[in-house]
Design a protein around this ligand. Structure first.
Ligand SMILES: *Cc1c(COP(=O)(O)O)cnc(C)c1O
Length: 472
């Protein structure tokens, strides 16, 4: 029995012997030794801390402690493969899944990245004049054409777009915003904090559920720099509600010479008529309503790469472009290549079939039903009695902080394993190759094919069959 900390600490194996142990149980063969060493060190350091804090030492034997540490090392190394960035099958039915990379790119966008980023490009070179040129000119023209704005710029994400707009237009000044729009988006984007880091002072007006134009007007003073409106993104308020329309806010801004920033979030370029989007505006509609600056993401409803897009009045955008922060926030050539190719699909009018996000939203219920039933039959044939496969109605979502509350009627596969719990079944699916991410509901796992590319249906069947067979 181990009686003291020091005795217990001696039970911690050396890095060398832990690596030998991994070799002896044939784990870790696929990882470079340097990566294995780092994982082992992490586990051993954790064990040291836990022993020093009085956990798992007293009363157990030297062998117990050593064995439990070795098991921890094994688990850590087994998890290494699952930590790499790899493709997964998204069967959650959430189209813009924030945890799963938001919008998948169109084939044309992927080709554009491969073509321009694999070699040199005219990123900052003017081919007509033969000298240094500006970045992203064609992208900016396309954005202006598609939104009706006078000018545009591109940064790394919408959070950067909002930060740049605030920092340029309201540094050391006040930003008036409705209390009902002080949003937090997952991943710690909180509007009040972004305003503060942007160098502005936030002035909240109205109440959580109701804000009027008079509230904004009443807060105006010499220090006012910006009137801000932010999209609700990931929540909705129903009942006794009043919001200030962008059109009215823009008129107020015009009257007092104060710019209006509209953080539109998702930023659909076109009306997605299959979605019931009450109150949703396209970027073009916001510009037409008079917003000076509209900011939105490239990888939400637009369906392109992660980017922040800022469109608006020429003079305002020009000021933003001159902000020294611009250099820190600008995107790389891969992003510009993908964005340019994605926008070209809109210009050609083929977006609804060629941009994955839009085609996934647009799949008809009948088409999805037929496809899901086919997959169900093939799957049941493969797995026999090991699990029950049922086709049922489900609800898909846009997700990703876009079109809150939107529900898309969908069809899913309901799988019930006869030999393990739904949680354990889900874990096996996540360990598949590729990992499959579904929804666990009660004792079943739900798979919505709306978010799966049809050419991946066979792979999906393989992954499920593999997980079920491993069950036995
Ligand atoms: C999503 C969203 C953001 C953040 O956009 P990112 O591209 O994720 O940085 C900011 N504001 C609103 C209203 C959003 O919906």
């Amino acid at each position: 029995m181990l009686e003291t900390h020091d005795e217990a600490l001696r039970a911690i194996p050396s890095v060398e012997s832990a690596l030998k142990h991994l070799n002896s149980c044939a784990l870790g063969g696929e990882h470079p030794r340097s990566m294995l060493t780092r994982s082992v060190q992490r586990v051993l350091a954790g064990a040291r801390v836990s022993i020093q804090s009085g956990k798992h030492a007293y009363g157990s034997t030297f062998e117990d402690v050593r064995q439990s540490i070795m098991e921890e090392v094994e688990r850590e190394v087994a998890a290494l493969a699952l930590r790499a960035l790899v493709p997964v099958l998204n069967v959650t039915g959430v189209i813009l899944h924030t945890n799963l990379g938001r919008s998948p790119l169109a084939a044309a966008a992927l080709e554009a990245i491969a073509e321009t980023a694999g070699g040199y490009s005219n990123l900052e070179f003017d081919l007509v004049r033969g000298k240094r040129g500006k970045r992203d000119l064609l992208v900016l023209d396309a954005l202006c054409v598609l939104t009706g704005a006078e000018d545009a710029l591109v940064v790394n994400n919408n959070a950067a777009g909002v930060l740049l707009a605030i920092n340029t237009l309201a540094l050391g000044r006040e930003v008036i915003v409705s209390r009902g729009e002080l949003i937090e988006i997952g991943g710690s984007f909180r509007l009040p904090e972004v305003l503060e880091r942007g160098g502005a002072t936030m002035v909240e007006v109205g109440t959580t559920n109701r804000t009027s134009l008079a509230d904004f007007e009443g807060a105006l003073n010499r220090r006012t720099g910006v009137l801000l409106s932010a999209h609700w993104s990931n929540y909705s308020i129903e009942g006794f509600v009043a919001r200030v329309e962008i059109r009215d806010l823009a008129r107020l801004g015009e009257r007092y010479g104060i710019p209006v920033i509209h953080d539109l979030g998702s930023g659909a370029l076109v009306d997605v008529d299959v979605l019931d989007m009450p109150g949703e505006m396209t970027v073009g509609q916001s510009i037409a309503a008079g917003a000076h600056v509209v900011t939105f993401s490239g990888d939400k409803m637009l369906g392109g790469p992660q980017a922040g897009i800022v469109v608006g009045r020429a003079e305002t955008i020009a000021r933003m472009r001159k902000n020294p922060l611009m250099r820190a926030l600008r995107p790389g050539k891969q992003i510009l290549a993908a964005l340019q190719a994605t926008l070209a699909l809109y210009l050609d009018g083929v977006q609804s079939t060629r941009i994955p996000v839009l085609s996934m939203v647009g799949i008809s219920l009948e088409e999805l039903q037929a496809r899901t039933e086919k997959v169900a039959v093939r799957l049941q044939e493969r797995i026999g009695e090991a699990a029950v496969v049922r086709v049922r109605e489900v609800v898909a979502r846009v997700g990703g902080g876009a079109v809150p509350g939107s529900e898309i009627p969908s069809v899913g596969l309901e799988l019930t394993s006869l030999s393990c719990s739904a949680g354990a079944f889900s874990a096996k699916l996540r360990a598949g190759s590729p990992p499959l991410i579904g929804r666990t509901i009660g004792e079943t796992v739900l798979l919505d094919l709306r978010t799966v590319f049809p050419e991946h249906d066979s792979v999906l069947i393989d992954v499920v069959a593999e997980a079920v067979t491993n069950d036995a």
